[in-house]
Every structure is written in C-alpha cells, then in structure tokens.
Design a protein around this ligand. Structure first.
Ligand code: NAD
Ligand code: UDP
Length: 318
C-alpha cells in the first residue's frame, strides 16, 4: 500500500511509520514539526520506501494516489496544546477535513488518532465507547477536547455521506521511547526529573488516575483497527489504572532515583480518573496490551538517559 502518515515526526507517528515500513508498505510522512522532531525519523534516512515532507495539513495538498491515510497530526501534550490552542483547533478541524478529502479522492481508507480526552472528566468509570463524556466546552483544555470531538464528527460524516472507510482510535495515555523529554507529559516529566535527581512534580494530591499503555502495544492495536471493519470509535489503551503517586513510585524504582516528590497546583479541569473499558477492542480486534507499566518504563529508560546525556530538555519550538 501507499500510505500517508500525518504527524509522522511525532512520538506515535514515527513508531507507526516504522511498523508500516516493516510490513512492506510505502510511506509518505508529513509533519509541520510544531511538536515533533526529525530525530524521530533520522534512522529512516535513505530508506527506499519512505519520504518526508515538511508541511502543515491545515493547508490543502495533493500527495498523489494513496491507499491509506493515518491522521495523527495534532499537538498532544497539555502544555503544548495550551501553548498552540488555535493551531490545535485548526488541525482538528481544517486539517482533518483536508486529510479526509485526500482519502475520499483516492478511495483510500482512513484512521484518525482520537483520544480518551473525548470523555473529558468522566462520570462513568471505566469509560466505554458508548459514554458521551463530560467535557468543559470553554475551559483551557477545550482547544484539544473539542477539536478531537469535532474531528470524530467530521470523520463519521465523511463515512456516512461520502462512503470513506474510516476508523476512530480513542487512544489513552501512551508512553515509550521518542516521547519528547520536555513536552510536559507525566511520564516524560517524571523520567527526566528522576534521572536528574530533581523533585518529581506531582500536580494536585496525586490521587488522580491514568492508565498507561506502552507504545508497541498501542501501535499493534492501531494496526488491528486499521484492518478491521469497525467504523465507530474503539478504545485503545491499557486498562490497568494507577494514581499519579503510584506512577511516580514506579518511575523512582525503575530509575533507582532518590528524587523527592513536590506537590504543585493541579491544572484546571485535569480529569480525576481515566481507565478504558477495552471489551470492544478485545472482542472485535482480539487485542489487549501485554506490557505492564514497570516493564514499559524499563524499556524506555535508555531513551530518556540518552536525552539526559545530550542535555535535551527544552520544550519543542513553535
Ligand atoms: P506528538 O506531539 O509527538 O506528535 C504529533 C505530531 O503532529 C508532531 O510531530 C507535530 O509536529 C505534528 N503536527 C501538529 N500539528 C500539525 C499540523 N498542523 N500539520 C502537520 N503536522 C502537525 O504527539 P503524539 O503523542 O505522537 O500524538 C499523536 C496523535 O495521537 C495526536 O493526534 C494525539 O492527539 C493522539 N493521541 C496521543 C496520545 C498519547 O498518549 N500519546 C493519547 C491520545 C491521543
Ligand atoms: N501530572 C503530574 N505531574 C507532571 C505532569 C503531569 O502530576 O509533571 C499529572 C497531570 O496533572 C495529570 C496526569 O499526570 O493528572 C497525566 O498528565 P499528562 O499531561 O501526561 O496527560 P493527560 O492525561 O492529563 O492528558
């Protein structure tokens, strides 16, 4: 297949690109490098079936004939989408429409990277796909949450009205090598702080929960969904739930760090709990994650250590 991957220089986009290439496909990766990093694709330099174009998907473009579009382009970490609020809304609306047009023109299938954030601060626990969510439409996180909810509606409209074979992956917190060391997400913050011997920053009292999926498991789930006949959203995430304090403890153990904890203000509208019900993925895709948190952190350790050695820590630039 000829595959278009948007957000290819990002954390998940680069892993997905690797998987598609190893499955024998030809990949065109596009990215505007707003939060991504070409280092994530450096190992593919000279690959005969891979090409990269720096471009913003909010401007329409013609990639030629493609058989599949994977749309991953969007800022994804809270500090980044708060910094890039308008861009986040645009990539989730205008950018999604442009990529759906490409799929419609080429008669290509389409998979969109949606998010557990569609559930907002959920009143139903764990979250199944039938839950409509509890989202503040005007709070600071709305730039991301509402963009992603609009994107799901747009994807379903192209499926229903234009007959595009679309797929919606509701991705829950995913981590692993190539997570930007300074993008402010909890695993990257804690790993870098622990390795530097700095205090781990616990937002609020640390009793809020997340369910962390290792990147290899996530990519496996995405690929199974891409090959399925399911058009409605499917949760892809690890159903084992941790408080943020438990997550900090796991990071301290894996890094053998003596860092202390420090407690700082909880961001506005930070969801209190998040755990996927993956019955649908288990039943339809025969998928479930295999890598538990400590093992995934161990697999990520060398990557974060390498970022320490190279002195990286600056947030991605605009
Ligand atoms: P990331 O920031 O590493 O990757 C996103 C990529 O999109 C970056 O390379 C960025 O430069 C690119 N991008 C942003 N706006 C663009 C635009 N207008 N045009 C072209 N490229 C653009 O984040 P990630 O964790 O790899 O997330 C990938 C996708 O998965 C995102 O859509 C995100 O919302 C979704 N997702 C991720 C997680 C997670 O835990 N990692 C959870 C839920 C959903
Ligand atoms: N968090 C934290 N310390 C940090 C970064 C994040 O306590 O240094 C918390 C954050 O408040 C949230 C959880 O960890 O409750 C996950 O945050 P992240 O930014 O990774 O993603 P989210 O799930 O909120 O989109």
């Amino acid at each position: 297949m000829h595959v278009l991957v948007t957000g290819a220089a990002g954390f998940l986009g680069s892993h997905l690109t690797d998987r598609l290439l190893s499955d024998g496909h030809t990949v065109l990766g596009v990215d505007n490098l707003s939060t991504g990093d070409l280092d994530n694709l450096a190992h593919l330099g000279g690959h005969p079936r891979f090409r990269f174009e720096e471009r913003d998907i909010c401007t329409s473009f013609d990639p030629g004939h493609v058989d599949y579009v994977f749309n991953l382009a969007s800022p994804a970490s809270p500090p980044e989408y708060l910094r890039l609020g308008i861009q986040t809304l645009r990539v989730g609306s205008v950018g999604v429409e442009h990529t759906l047009e490409i799929a419609a023109r080429s008669n290509a299938a389409y998979l969109h990277a949606s998010t557990s954030e569609c559930y907002g601060d959920p009143l139903q626990h764990p979250q199944s796909e039938s839950y409509w969510g509890n989202v503040n439409p005007v709070g600071p996180r709305s730039v991301y949450d509402e963009a992603k909810r609009f994107a799901e509606a747009m994807v379903m409209a192209y499926h229903r009205s234009r007959g595009v074979s679309t797929h919606l992956a509701r991705i829950f917190n995913t981590y692993g090598p190539r997570l930007h060391p300074a993008d402010g997400r909890v695993i990257s913050n804690f790993m870098m702080q622990a390795l530097r011997g700095e205090p781990l920053t616990i937002y609020g009292d640390g009793q809020q929960t997340r369910s962390f999926c290792y990147v290899d498991d996530l990519i496996d789930g995405i690929m199974r969904l891409a090959h399925s006949d399911e058009h409605l959203p499917v949760n892809i995430g690890n159903p084992v739930e941790f408080t943020i304090l438990e997550c900090a403890q796991a990071v301290l153990e894996v890094t053998a760090s003596k860092s202390k904890l420090c407690f700082v203000d909880l961001p506005v509208d930070d969801p209190t709990r998040r755990r996927p019900d993956i019955t649908k993925a288990r039943t339809l895709l025969g998928w479930e994650p295999r890598v538990e948190l400590r093992e995934g952190l161990e697999r990520s350790l060398d990557y974060f250590k390498s970022k320490l050695v190279h002195g990286e820590g600056a947030a991605p630039s605009s």
